[in-house]
Every structure is written in C-alpha cells, then in structure tokens.
Design a protein around this ligand. Structure first.
Ligand code: ZN
Length: 202
C-alpha cells in the first residue's frame, strides 16, 4: 500500500510553501483530516494499521484518542481491531476523560492519533489514562512526521519526540519533510510568501 499516494489523492499531502505549526517553513504540508474525509479511505488506512498492530501480538482492550484530531482515526482503528473506542478532550487546557467514558484497572489501552508529530497530545492522553488505573500498551497513528521512531524502522528518534522508548509506536508511514527557519528558507529567498493551510478558511 502506497500511503503517500493515498494522502496525495485525498489532497491531504500538499506541495507548495507552508508555515508549519512549529513556525518553520516547508515545501510540504500534511492536512491530516482530509485523508479521513472519505469513510472508505479511512477504513482502508485504519485496517492496514490494525493489521500491523495485530502482528505484534499486543493485547488491546480499548483505543483512546485525544480529541479532536484523533477521534476519527481512533474510531476506525477500534473498529478494525474489534475493540471499544473512547476519547479524551481538553477542558480549560487540561486533558480529561468525560462523557461517561471509563477505564478499568489494568485495562490495556492503545492511544491513537491521526498524525504523531512530537507525540505531545498522545502523551497527555496517556497520562490521564494511566492516572485512572489503566495501562497504556501502545501508541499508533496513521502518519508519523518522523520525529518519533515507529515499529519496523530504524530511524533515531529526534530530541523533540515525547513518546517513551519502552512502549511500541505503530504508524503506516513516515512523512519526513525538509524544514527551514524563516530566515534560511530558500522559497522565501526567491520571494514566495508562505501560507498556513491549517488556518485557511477556503
Ligand atoms: Zn519560506
């Protein structure tokens, strides 16, 4: 399965001149929500991710996603794994498990995102789940931005990666982009103006 091709088809992998959330510039940008716009495509990606996870023999009771970005990916992955799906969400800045969702003592939870960059939100979700007595046994995302090392690859995780090295992280593909500080950006030097796709209203 050519994951990059699927993202391109869905207009989820953009090419141009972009400002990333870190403030750096890049000629590529992942608009992750777009790849899940088509339910059939979401199902196909989640099912491929579930196949990788099943091969690891890690027992999973529940998939938990950090809202908002992770919910669809988490739900589709839970469907493919045949387990239940819950999500944590931010209330006044703090991640919480709300809406009557509960986890049991010792319940084995996989934290799922649509995309893992440094893994910050995934770690916040993990912390809440463990404080409630459950056990985080794995992390997963459809796309890995290449800061963290996913299972089956030998890249060295970058300093920015917040995921623990002793818990497996599964993803379909690495999307490692060339990044430039605004001062050193070759596209800016050519006079092009960078845009922030995430904040565009049309
Ligand atoms: Zn630039």
């Amino acid at each position: 399965m050519n994951v990059e091709e699927i993202y391109k088809e869905a207009n989820a992998l953009l090419e141009g001149h972009f400002i990333l959330s870190s403030g750096n510039h890049s000629n590529r940008y992942l608009q992750s929500a777009k790849v899940l716009e088509e339910p059939k495509r979401a199902e196909k990606l989640a099912s491929a991710l579930a196949d990788i996870i099943k091969k690891s023999d890690i027992e999973i009771d529940t998939v938990c996603a950090p809202a908002l970005g992770g919910i669809l990916a988490g739900y589709e992955l839970a469907r493919a794994l045949g387990v239940r799906s819950i999500f944590v969400e931010r209330k006044e800045g703090q991640m919480e498990l709300r809406r009557g969702f509960e986890v049991k003592n010792g319940e084995r939870v996989l934290i799922c995102e649509d995309i893992i960059t440094t893994g910050g939100s995934a770690m916040e979700a993990s912390k809440i789940i463990e404080e409630l007595g459950a056990k985080v046994v794995a992390f997963a995302s459809l796309a890995n931005r290449g800061f963290c090392r996913r299972e089956g690859t030998d890249i060295t995780p970058k300093e920015e990666c917040k995921l623990p090295s002793n818990i497996p992280f599964f993803a379909l593909a690495d999307f490692t982009f060339e990044m430039f500080t605004p001062n050193e950006c070759p596209m800016c030097k050519e006079g092009s103006v960078a845009i922030k796709p995430g904040s565009r209203s049309s």
